[in-house]
Ligand binder design. Structure first.
Ligand code: GLA
Length: 633
């Protein structure tokens, strides 16, 4: 467990990039800014193990003691995120191979294949050394395994990965026949007669793509094989330190997709996450709020912590705009209001060299007499003044939205009705409409159980393309048992093997429970189209008819003119709605606010004003006026 008596404040600390004379100043300035935690050693492998099996810890011993004396706790990293040059030179099989068969080089970071047995052996040896040496060090309050698994090379197509993938398949299918059925390999002569014939889904001839079942299983395998790495390191740490919590930092950002954090969250002692703004988006505070709410859902009652974000500009977007004065404090407080146990940054002191020298930090190149450092210190003082916040959870919402990483993997595939479909964009647009209407949302996974769903008055399901029979049944039971449900287009189209459910798109859930019979997809040729109730829609229409539901709106034009665009069905003690299109923002707001009014779901704040309650604390953050207020009942 994390310490409940404080909110954590600090960042990644890379003292190995600086001469020792700077360290004392670091600690003095950390104290000045109320820093109480730093993440140490994340990229230190080459400094700790300078040649194979020879470990050097004096510099780390020294800085750990200095931090401890300075009253600054350590989130101790395992240093395995970036293997040293000697390692990949001696063992090139560690380097990942990409989709096109090209081996990636040393010189960046995360240049390892998750299935590599040598990488595992060398990483395990390093973690063993670090855990043994520091388990009892008084500065350490938590452990930080690796860094942002799956960020740079989530998929490796080398032969060792292929073997590992085949073993994974053997564990997931009772027979090769079952795999053939699931992948539909009688299509294009893809049938396999033995496990050894199966390859990883590398690039295929132009205009073709690897089998969809093979692709999605490879993504599942890549998640699982990477999660195994985390568990390996965690279990080594636990041998030496069974008490202090172990985490690894997730990436809660709209377009990070490779790891299924609902699965990962079950394996960590507390969830930690990194979030960076899309800096060109003037409403990026909404994406931030969504990602914070999503992280709370991964954690599912466990504690969680914003492990990294930026004090100002990043260095990896096309245009790296600085944050405006005050923005950073709002950003941090929004995370805290939504449940984070503090606010941590990448990184403490801005690097002088290396590819992140243009990335902001808590202490900029220009030193402490700067806007950024003053704002960082102001935030540190605010968090230090309200340590009790850490012992409360964010209030539960009345509305839940379904989110599922596997839907991203399904929708990333080619050969869809239109290339314009984007699961993350559709989820974000539903969330944005709710945010602007002041309606709070919790996220739930698509495999949530009935009890979890029943805790919500309204459940929203945007583009849940794949649902198992039992998942479909759970949502059906929820809707027919008194729960209100909104299902979006292109939902429940296939089972989890991507085999289409026959007899009307959307399966029984859409055809029989809600009562709309969907025959065919008509992606829109028009940029925007009018609906009969005055709403406007984009991207999508479908040829459909009523099958028990009542129409709220039909398409007024386009190829599917007259078909059902929006429908609802009175199920007795609840209502179910269907959206057979992608509503434009204003219409989506009206649609959800209408439903929430009908159900008596409260709206607080809205537009750019977020009002969030965490126990007795109320956070009021106005993202347009650039103001914030934290009050206690
Ligand atoms: C990620 C990494 C950090 C740093 C930041 C820069 O979050 O974990 O090491 O590279 O990005 O934004």
């Amino acid at each position: 467990m994390l310490d409940h008596s404080k909110l954590y404040f600090g960042g990644d600390y890379n003292p190995e990039q600086w001469p020792k004379e700077v360290w004392a100043e670091d600690i003095a300035l950390m104290q000045k800014a109320n820093v109480n935690l730093v993440s140490l050693g994340i990229f230190s492998w080459a400094k700790i193990e300078q040649s194979e099996g020879v470990y050097t810890f004096d510099w780390l011993d020294e800085i750990m003691d200095l931090l401890d004396q300075g009253g600054i706790a350590v989130d101790m990293a395992t240093a395995t995120a970036s293997p040293p040059a000697w390692l990949t030179l001696k063992y090139p099989s560690v380097l990942p191979i990409n989709f096109d068969g090209v081996q990636l080089s040393h010189g960046g970071r995360q240049q390892y294949c998750a299935a590599s047995s040598i990488y595992r052996e060398k990483a395990a040896a390093l973690v063993e050394q670090i855990a043994k040496r520091y388990a009892k060090h008084p500065a350490i309050k938590m452990w930080h395994v690796n860094n942002e698994y799956g960020c740079h090379a989530p998929y490796c197509y080398c032969d060792e990965s292929r073997k590992s993938f085949v073993n994974w398949l053997k564990n997931h299918y009772a027979s090769i026949e079952e795999l053939n059925t699931s992948w539909g390999t009688d299509f294009w002569s893809q049938r396999y007669y033995s496990w050894e014939e199966i390859v990883v889904p590398k690039r295929t001839p132009d205009g073709t793509h690897p089998n969809p079942g093979q692709q999605i299983d490879f993504k599942r395998f890549s998640n699982d094989v990477t999660l195994e790495l985390f568990k390996m390191e965690r279990d080594i740490i636990k041998k030496y330190d069974p008490i202090k919590p172990v985490t690894t930092n997730f990436m809660s950002m709209k377009f990070t997709y490779a790891m299924d954090y609902f699965a990962w969250a079950k394996e960590v002692d507390f969830v930690s996450t990194d979030h960076y703004l899309a800096q060109h988006d003037i409403e990026n505070h909404i994406d931030l709020a969504q990602m914070a709410d999503l992280t709370r859902a991964f954690a599912k009652g466990k504690q969680w912590l914003l492990m990294e974000h930026s004090s100002s500009a990043v260095n990896w977007q096309p245009k790296n705009y600085a944050k405006i004065p005050g923005q950073e404090i709002r950003n941090s407080l929004s995370f805290v209001s939504r449940g984070s146990q503090g606010s941590m940054y990448f990184q403490w002191r801005q690097s002088q060299a290396g590819s992140e020298r243009m990335h902001s930090s808590m202490l900029p190149h220009a030193g402490e007499d700067t806007r950024v450092f003053r704002e960082v210190a102001e935030l540190g003082a605010i968090l230090a003044a309200h340590p009790e916040i850490s012992s409360y959870e964010t209030d539960k919402a009345a509305v839940a939205m379904v989110f599922d990483y596997e839907q991203i993997w399904a929708m990333m595939q080619a050969n869809m009705p239109t290339d314009d479909l984007s699961y993350p964009d559709t989820v974000a647009s539903w969330y944005r409409a709710l945010y602007k209407e002041g309606i709070k949302v919790d996220f739930v996974p698509a495999n949530a159980d009935l009890e979890t769903l029943k805790g919500y008055q309204l459940v929203l399901m945007p583009m849940a393309h794949m649902l198992t029979e039992s998942e479909e049944k759970t949502f059906t039971d929820y809707a027919t048992g008194g729960g209100n449900l909104v299902v979006g287009y292109f939902s429940n189209i296939t089972d989890r093997t991507l085999r289409v459910k026959l007899g009307g798109y959307g399966g029984n859930l859409v055809k029989d429970v809600i009562g709309v019979y969907v025959e065919e997809y008509y992606p829109l040729r028009e940029a925007s189209i009018k609906l009969s109730n005055g709403f406007t829609a984009k991207l999508w229409s479908e040829l459909s008819r009523l099958n028990g539901a009542e129409a709220i709106a039909t398409f007024e034009g386009g190829d599917a003119k007259g078909s059902v665009a929006l429908a609802k069905r009175d199920l007795g003690s609840s209502t179910a709605w269907y959206q057979g299109t992608e509503l434009e923002d204003d219409s989506q707001r009206k649609f959800f606010s209408g439903i929430c009014k009908e159900l008596g779901i409260e709206s607080v704040g809205g537009e750019h004003l977020e009002i969030t309650k965490r126990g007795p604390f109320t956070f009021e953050i106005d993202n347009a006026k650039n103001t914030f207020k934290v009050t206690r009942d």
